[in-house]
Design a protein around this ligand. Structure first.
Ligand SMILES: CC(C)(COP(=O)(O)OP(=O)(O)OC[C@H]1O[C@@H](n2cnc3c(N)ncnc32)[C@H](O)[C@@H]1OP(=O)(O)O)[C@@H](O)C(=O)NCCC(=O)NCCS
Length: 148
């Protein structure tokens, strides 16, 4: 059972720690991007932290609001679980909550979730119903989408 909450400015350092797991696997400057999202009051991203019974902030994800190919597509911009809590179903539980979190964050329903997958996470997303749309994105990995 995991409980989510919207991240606050004070959560930045914990989110940066968790994000280091993503950075290991990608080439973009994630820490700098996250820090700027926390500085802007009008950032297009919403960050959610997840707690486990007796363990605060074991994982996080960041969602963005986008419009893609005529669909209201929520972008799953980042997702990471603390290494000490890996392979306990937390990543999957977070993915399952994306539709309701997106509605909570942006105030309307979405029809799709899209994401850029990097490194070893491809199989994680494929296992959970995402389909590969663009394997050669110039941005930061392969683009996957799932209807919700
Ligand atoms: C990807 C990640 C979020 C998965 O979280 P998790 O809590 O460990 O995943 P779960 O326990 O919910 O695993 C669910 C299933 O996916 C599999 N899985 C987990 N991580 C995987 C990975 N990186 N690659 C392939 N399969 C993976 C698990 O083996 C499990 O399979 P099963 O249901 O057959 O047993 C986590 O490994 C992580 O934080 N990775 C580093 C950051 C990252 O790569 N983020 C994604 C890119 S932005």
């Amino acid at each position: 059972m995991i409980i989510h909450r919207l991240a606050k400015k004070d959560d930045l350092s914990r989110i940066l720690e968790l994000a280091d797991r993503i950075e290991e696997d990608s080439s973009h400057d994630l820490r700098r991007n996250i820090s700027s999202h926390f500085k802007w009051s009008s950032s297009p991203f919403r960050y959610f932290l997840f707690s486990h019974p007796q363990h605060n902030a074991v994982s996080y994800l960041a969602l963005g609001d986008s419009f893609l190919n005529d669909t209201f597509c929520c972008s799953l911009d980042q997702i990471a679980v603390d290494k000490n809590f890996s392979n306990q179903g937390i990543g999957l539980a977070m993915l399952e909550q994306v539709p309701s979190l997106a509605k909570e964050a942006f105030g309307r329903p979405f029809t799709h979730v899209g994401l850029y997958a990097s490194g070893s996470s491809y199989t994680f997303y494929e296992k959970h119903g995402f389909s590969l749309v663009d394997p050669h994105s110039p941005y930061m990995g392969s683009f996957y989408i799932k209807k919700i």
